[in-house]
Structure formats: structure tokens, C-alpha cells
Design a protein around this ligand. Structure first.
Ligand SMILES: Cc1cc2nc3c(=O)[nH]c(=O)nc-3n(C[C@H](O)[C@H](O)[C@H](O)COP(=O)(O)O)c2cc1C
Length: 226
């Protein structure tokens, strides 16, 4: 696949076929992902790849906490979006697009809860990759590096016909992620990536998420006016 086509084709996948992803494929994927740049080549990332019974247990426990109404307590602070902001508007626009594709009508709380639960069970992916950093590092410091490696992983996944969804929902309850994945106390959990073969029949996988135009997010300095 051409690089520009791949950049355009990458999208978040929110339903997967049940086939497991071979460990050799995941190994090759991570081998590519770690070519990502990092500040001073510090490579402040570590991955915990979870599949099979430990992932099944993690999904069950995560859903149980969600059902009990337990508030998420991620280790890396997830931004809140001010109600009167473009960020909130974009978030609402995404939800509208997804709900339309999934035929979730306003006020249909059952379907909304079912949708929410999908994220907490890793969208039924056969693999979850938990991206961590080292607890010695400042909380925000390695986040650009982790972002670079995770995006590289999501891009490389396309070469193996794999789909991905970066998902903070997957690390909402860190203690159970730690226990299932065997993550030591000196590592900080940053985010999760659901990985598997996409179920292209699933309506939300048809989503083409919107972007504001370049002109809305770019200022040019030192260029002649065309
Ligand atoms: C840091 C981060 C966390 C995310 N967490 C979630 C999540 O918890 N649940 C989810 O459905 N999507 C999650 N996403 C996916 C975004 O919703 C998605 O990237 C965005 O809507 C753009 O769509 P695209 O990836 O299909 O281009 C996350 C993405 C990032 C970068």
C-alpha cells in the first residue's frame, strides 16, 4: 500500500472478527512500531500484549466495573473538554456520526449503554496492546513519544490487514489491567490499542471521521500571499 493511501485509509476499528492474531505477526508489528522517533532516542515505551484467557478476564472485569457505575481512574489524565469549546463540538459530532451508523436513537439508553460497553470490552478484539511508560518519568513528558509509537503501530497494522483502535476506555480501571497483563508497579499505563482483523460488516467500521480543514488549524508565517 502506498504511504499516502495508508495514511488516508487508517481509521479506528470498533468491531473485530474472532480469529486470533498470531504472536509472530504481533511481534513483526511491534518491530515496525518501535522505529518511531522519541525524544533523544529515549524510547520511553513498553508494551504488554494481552490475548486469550487474560484478555477475556480483563474484558469481564472491566464490564463488571462499568456496570457497577465505577468512575474511570486512568493513570494518565485524560483531558476533559470544556462544554463551550470546539473540542466538545467535535466530540459530539463524532458521537452523532457513530449513533447514526449504529441506528442508536436519542433516548435509547439500552443501545447507548451497549455501545459504551463495547469500548470497555476492547471492541471484541482478540488482542489488546497496553502502552506503558516508566514511572520515573514525569507524567506528561513521554506522551509525544508514546503517541508517535502508537500511531506508527496503527499504520504498520494496515500492512498485515489488521485494524486498530487506540482506546483510553481500555485502561479506565488500571488495577485490573495491571493484574491481567502483569504490569509491574513501576510502569505507568498510558493507553490501550485494540488489535485484530476488522469486521467490515459492522456499521461503525464504515465511519469516515471528519476533520476541520487545514485552514482552520494552521497559521502561515513568512509566506507570500498567493
Ligand atoms: C488518545 C486516544 C484515545 C482514544 N480513546 C478512544 C476510546 O476510548 N474509545 C473509542 O471508541 N475511540 C477512542 N479513540 C479513537 C478516536 O475516537 C478516533 O481516533 C477519532 O475519532 C478519529 O477517528 P479515526 O481514528 O477513525 O480517524 C482514541 C484515540 C486517541 C488518539
Amino acid at each position: 500500500m502506498d504511504l499516502l493511501d495508508a495514511i488516508t485509509a487508517r481509521k479506528s476499528i470498533r468491531a473485530f472478527r474472532p480469529e486470533p492474531v498470531p504472536q509472530s505477526v504481533l511481534q513483526a508489528l511491534l518491530q515496525l512500531a518501535i522505529r518511531a522517533p522519541s525524544s533523544m532516542n529515549t524510547q520511553p515505551w513498553e508494551f504488554f500484549v494481552v490475548s486469550g484467557e487474560p484478555l477475556a478476564r480483563l474484558k469481564t472485569q472491566s464490564l463488571a466495573r462499568l456496570a457497577a457505575g465505577e468512575a474511570p481512574r486512568p493513570e494518565h489524565s485524560v483531558t476533559g473538554w470544556p462544554r463551550q469549546s470546539v473540542f466538545r463540538e467535535r466530540q459530539v459530532a463524532l458521537a452523532r456520526q457513530i449513533f447514526e451508523l449504529m441506528e442508536i436513537r436519542r433516548g435509547d439508553n439500552e443501545k447507548r449503554s451497549e455501545w459504551l460497553a463495547r469500548g470497555f470490552r476492547f471492541f471484541d478484539a482478540p488482542t489488546a496492546i497496553i502502552a506503558c511508560t516508566d514511572g520515573q518519568l514525569t507524567p506528561a513528558g513521554p506522551l509525544i513519544d508514546i503517541g508517535a509509537v502508537v500511531q506508527t503501530l496503527c499504520m504498520a497494522a494496515l500492512a498485515f490487514d489488521l485494524g486498530t483502535c487506540i482506546e483510553d476506555q481500555g485502561v479506565a480501571y488500571p488495577e485490573i489491567v495491571r493484574a491481567a497483563a502483569g504490569i509491574p508497579a513501576d510502569k505507568r499505563i498510558v493507553t490501550a490499542v485494540a488489535v485484530g482483523y476488522p469486521d467490515w460488516e459492522f456499521p461503525a467500521n464504515r465511519l469516515a471521521s471528519a476533520r476541520d480543514p487545514v485552514a482552520a488549524v494552521t497559521r502561515w508565517c513568512g509566506f507570500d500571499q498567493d
